[in-house]
Design a protein around this ligand. Structure first.
Ligand SMILES: [Mg+2]
Length: 309
């Protein structure tokens, strides 16, 4: 674990550094509050700091105060070192945002216990954040394919709508449905069906542009949200996706299956507020329906302009 120390007195600073290193910590040494704040503001900065109260440039409580105002997500555990020991001083130290304080002259044993306590909190905090992040991914992604799930891709679509209203421009969506997917499940089993879904998802993610958003919205139905794309650009991408799926059979182990997809494209230029993204998706759905009717393994688009959007 890494610790930032801030101490203006050279002898105390050296003693603190040596002791912490002996205890196995990696120590980042600073000589005043400003240096400490700088060290703690780096990306991937240590989350634990021991700050002397009285320092030139910026004192310990000011560093605490500043950090508490700027920390986002991650938590810093801050220990103040102080010669002050009146109740009032203690309160004002903690009010500045410090987690703990040690009164000088302190015993190294006491410091060790307090640093360990901080270390535990920092570790708990980062475990909590990691768990929260994992949950967030779980809540927004489809477990089988790793693509955005239905709720998340529709959220993304809403954000794009807001962006269009703010900045203007255009937006396209592509609805994709695998052809005769039920036959694959019925003939080769659901495990084979899952392999197909995963493989097609990968192809879809690769064939789209890096800033497009791809979601699985139903069993074998996918939605591609394409920020800034016009109808022609979106058709081009949809055609590429169709080809990449149709050209290479999906390897399901004992054999390879020919899979095709039908795609419907729709685009919008937002001219006034009030459009729902449902209308846009519905246009793509209608185009998809025509692609199915027209013989599958093809791309259809909705040319009609979305004057309401
Ligand atoms: Mg000092």
């Amino acid at each position: 674990m890494r610790i930032v120390i801030a101490e203006d007195d050279p002898i105390s600073r050296k003693a603190l550094e040596t002791t912490l290193r002996r205890w196995g910590y990696e120590v980042i040494v600073t000589r005043d509050g400003k240096e400490a704040l700088q060290a703690l503001s780096q990306p991937d900065a240590p989350r634990l700091a021991i700050l002397d109260w009285m320092m030139p440039e910026m004192n310990g409580p000011d560093v605490c105060h500043e950090l508490r105002n700027t920390e986002e997500g991650q938590y810093f555990y801050l220990i103040l070192l102080t010669a002050k020991d009146s109740k009032e001083d203690t309160v004002s130290g903690l009010e500045s945002g410090a987690d703990d304080y040690v009164t000088k002259p302190f015993s190294m044993r006491e410091l060790r216990v307090r640093v360990r306590c901080g270390e535990r909190i920092v570790k708990l905090q980062s475990e909590l954040l990691a768990a929260q992040k994992a949950l967030q991914i779980q809540a927004t992604h489809d477990a089988l394919t790793g693509l955005l799930n239905r709720a998340a891709i529709y959220d993304a679509l809403e954000r794009e709508r807001a962006r269009l209203l703010r900045e203007g421009g255009q937006l396209a969506v592509v609805m994709l449905d695998l052809d005769h997917f039920k036959n694959i499940n019925d003939t080769h089993g659901h495990a084979a069906g899952d392999i197909v879904l995963k493989d097609i998802s990968n192809r879809l993610a690769h064939a789209s542009r890096s800033y497009d958003l791809v979601g699985r919205v139903g069993g074998e139905e996918f939605l591609l949200v394409m920020p800034t794309a016009g109808l022609d650009g979106a058709i081009e991408v949809a055609e590429r996706v169709r080809r990449i799926i149709a050209e290479t059979p999906v390897d399901i182990g004992e054999k390879a299956l020919n899979v095709t997809a039908s795609l419907g494209v729709a685009s919008a230029q937002i001219l006034e507020p009030g459009i729902t993204m449902d209308e846009l998706v519905q246009s793509a759905d209608e185009a998809l329906y025509r692609a199915k009717e027209g013989g599958r393994n093809r791309v259809e688009s909705t040319r009609k302009s979305h004057s309401m959007c």
